[in-house]
Design a protein around this ligand. Structure first.
Ligand code: DAH
Length: 341
């Protein structure tokens, strides 16, 4: 069934549909011919004005054209949508020739660098790494180390207690006790670890800090071995020209006891602000393991002797890198940490 008036509109509409590029132009064509004001719609609506004889032919032709154009639009629309999806996928495809984006490179924390260096130096001397527990018994932290009940270190001012006999270790020295109780001599250990004291944070204090403990127990171990070992450590850590000195001191778990200093590596002994004009930098405490401590762990002080030392890792990091505030080591500011890459 056809009719010239319908054919004219349908022909135009087919051309428009064929020429449309994409879904939105197809929609425009649909509106123009099949929309409420569309040419074909208006023709169908005007059937009543036609002569009665013409009405059925025009009506039938217009309805047929309408179905045909709707099907045509539907088909072209599906095609256009599929093409648009394909193109969108194409745009999203990875371009493997693009240069990669480099993730920022992390670096080790200065405390880790210092700890690793210390461990490396002592590993080279045959020491192995031991670790205890940060939550310690009062016995291991104090009692076994000859620190009596009334010792000021046990004061509530200094120690975080969980209960009468459980606490956060105030030093790495209890690991000496743990290791010696667990194995017979000889012992050569280096103990890096976290320690706690009830200090208010300021430029030189932090309630959480790190220590390294050293312990050597064997037959005929002497104070000379201690001094030679610490001198070698100082040269490795602070440079080949470094020297050390002992200052007589007291620790309940060593006899004799000595604090040890390294020659100031800024002024080389001449005296400067860094070493407070003394020419020396205080590094840690040390001494010969007290016979009572050896007895407490089941060793025979007539058979074996030993030396021990303990030092703060923060202190060494501050000295080595010229950092003037211990809090910088805890704040995790990437601008600070990035300088140690
Ligand atoms: N534990 C001591 C402190 O925290 C340091 C120390 C001194 C450790 C002498 C030792 C030592 O092993 O022999 O102050």
């Amino acid at each position: 069934m056809s009719h010239p008036r319908v054919d004219l509109i349908a022909g135009e509409a087919r051309t428009a549909i064929a020429a449309a590029r994409g879904a939105s132009e197809l929609e425009q064509a649909r509106v123009r011919y099949l929309g409420r004001q569309g040419a074909l719609t208006l023709l169908l609506r005007s059937l009543g004005t036609l002569a009665a004889g013409e009405r059925p032919r025009v009506g039938a032709a217009a309805n047929e054209a309408k179905r045909e154009l709707e099907a045509l639009l539907e088909a072209r629309l599906a095609e256009a949508r599929a093409r648009e999806r394909r193109e969108a996928r194409g745009r999203q495809r990875l371009d493997l020739t693009l240069p990669g984006r480099r993730p920022p490179r992390g670096s080790l924390h200065p405390l880790t660098l210092v700890r690793d260096r210390i461990v490396e130096i002592f590993a080279g001397l045959g020491f192995s790494v031991a670790e205890g527990q940060e939550i310690e018994s009062d016995y291991n932290n104090f009692e076994a180390l000859n620190i009596p009940r009334d010792h000021p270190a046990r004061d509530m001012q200094d120690t975080f207690y969980f209960s009468e006999d459980t606490l956060l270790r105030t030093h790495t020295s209890p690991v000496q006790v743990r290791v010696m109780k667990a194995q017979p001599p000889p012992v050569r250990i280096i103990v890096p670890g976290r320690t706690y004291r009830r200090d208010v944070a300021d430029a030189t204090h932090s309630p959480v800090f790190h220590q390294v403990e050293g312990l050597a127990v064997d037959r005929n171990i002497s104070m000379g071995d201690l001094k030679g070992t610490l001198a070698l450590f100082a040269r490795e850590m602070f440079g080949p020209g470094s020297s050390i000195r002992f200052r007589p001191s007291f620790f309940p778990f060593t006899e004799p006891s000595a604090e040890f200093d390294v020659g100031c590596f800024l002024c080389h002994g001449g005296g400067c602000r860094f070493c407070k004009q003394s020419g020396w930098l205080e590094i840690g405490g040390s001494g010969m393991v007290h016979p009572q401590v050896l007895k407490n762990v089941g060793y025979d002080p007539e058979e074996v002797t030993g030396w021990a030392f303990g030092m703060g890792i923060e202190r060494i990091a501050l000295l080595r890198y010229g950092i003037d505030d211990i809090r910088l080591l805890l704040e995790n500011d990437l601008r600070f940490l990035g300088q140690f890459a």
